[in-house]
Design a protein around this ligand. Structure first.
Ligand code: FES
Length: 258
């Protein structure tokens, strides 16, 4: 949602029974956070423009049909929002099951274990077991043992980070960070559905030969182990992190402790 602006009209609404007043144009997700309610999310962040692709943040609004995404729905005066009923919980679990069904189930050996939003959200929506057989698109070897022709290997070309398409949930956070934080347009999403993937520039381009300037904004934005600093893979997850605008000096000129 849009950050509070001083001149904006204020709007009062109710979220799960709590009244909250926020500037006009604020998203329902941000208003919910103001009311102390965190709606599950994967593709939204506090800083990037809302994208509305993951459908995890669905809510019900009295008098409106369907279950809109709270990250892309602006507040309105008198709105009565529900974020936590049985129907919404079931929808979110379904969404998460689909994500997990297309994701390698190697959390225990994954370098993002314990620092993965997909893992966190699976827990948050109460996902205990996966009903779908994992699809094989992202696996190097098929169940029978033969090589998978659709497999796209990890891109190791950048000196600072790796890109592992098998772990990508196509939330577009890296693409938006590249554009909005860095002002570079090195990343795009190509294909659709299960076949969609993040790509560095032209088909067949790797990160090193793309327009990527190694700013690391995409790595910071990634909720999974898809884009990871090589140092994290080698040394483990840092206890604290900084967001820096220059290429991995490690100090962080635009210093922002998380
Ligand atoms: Fe709203 Fe992803 S967080 S659709």
């Amino acid at each position: 949602g849009t950050p509070a602006s001083r001149s904006a009209q204020m709007v009062t609404l109710t979220v799960d029974g709590f009244e909250v007043t926020v500037p006009e144009g604020t998203s329902v997700m941000r208003a919910s956070a103001e009311a102390g309610i965190s709606v599950p999310k994967l593709c939204a962040t506090d800083s990037l423009e809302a994208f509305g692709s993951c459908r995890l943040c669905v809510v019900e609004i009295e008098g409106r049909r369907g279950t809109p995404a709270s990250c892309t729905t602006p507040v309105a005066a008198g709105m009565v929002v529900h974020t936590q009923n049985a129907k919404l919980k079931k929808l979110r679990r379904g969404v998460m099951e689909l994500y997990i069904s297309d994701h390698p189930l190697d959390c225990l050996t994954c370098s993002a274990n314990g620092d993965c939003e997909l893992q966190d959200m699976a827990g948050a929506v109460g996902l205990r077991d996966v009903r779908y057989e994992a699809v094989e698109t992202h696996f190097e070897v098929r169940k029978g043992g033969e090589a998978n022709p659709a497999y796209i290997p990890k891109d190791d070309s950048n000196p600072y980070f790796t890109y592992d398409p098998a772990k990508c949930i196509v939330c577009s956070r890296c693409v938006r960070a590249c554009e909005e934080v860095q002002g570079t347009f090195a990343l795009t999403i190509e294909g659709s559905g299960f076949d969609s993937r993040v790509s560095a520039g032209m088909v067949g381009d790797d990160f090193l030969s793309s327009d990527c300037v190694s700013c690391g904004a995409c790595v910071q934005a990634c909720p999974t182990a898809t884009l990871q600093e090589k140092s994290v893979i080698e040394i483990g997850t840092p206890e604290r992190s900084v967001i820096t605008t220059c290429a991995y000096c490690g100090v962080g000129c635009s210093f922002k402790a998380e």
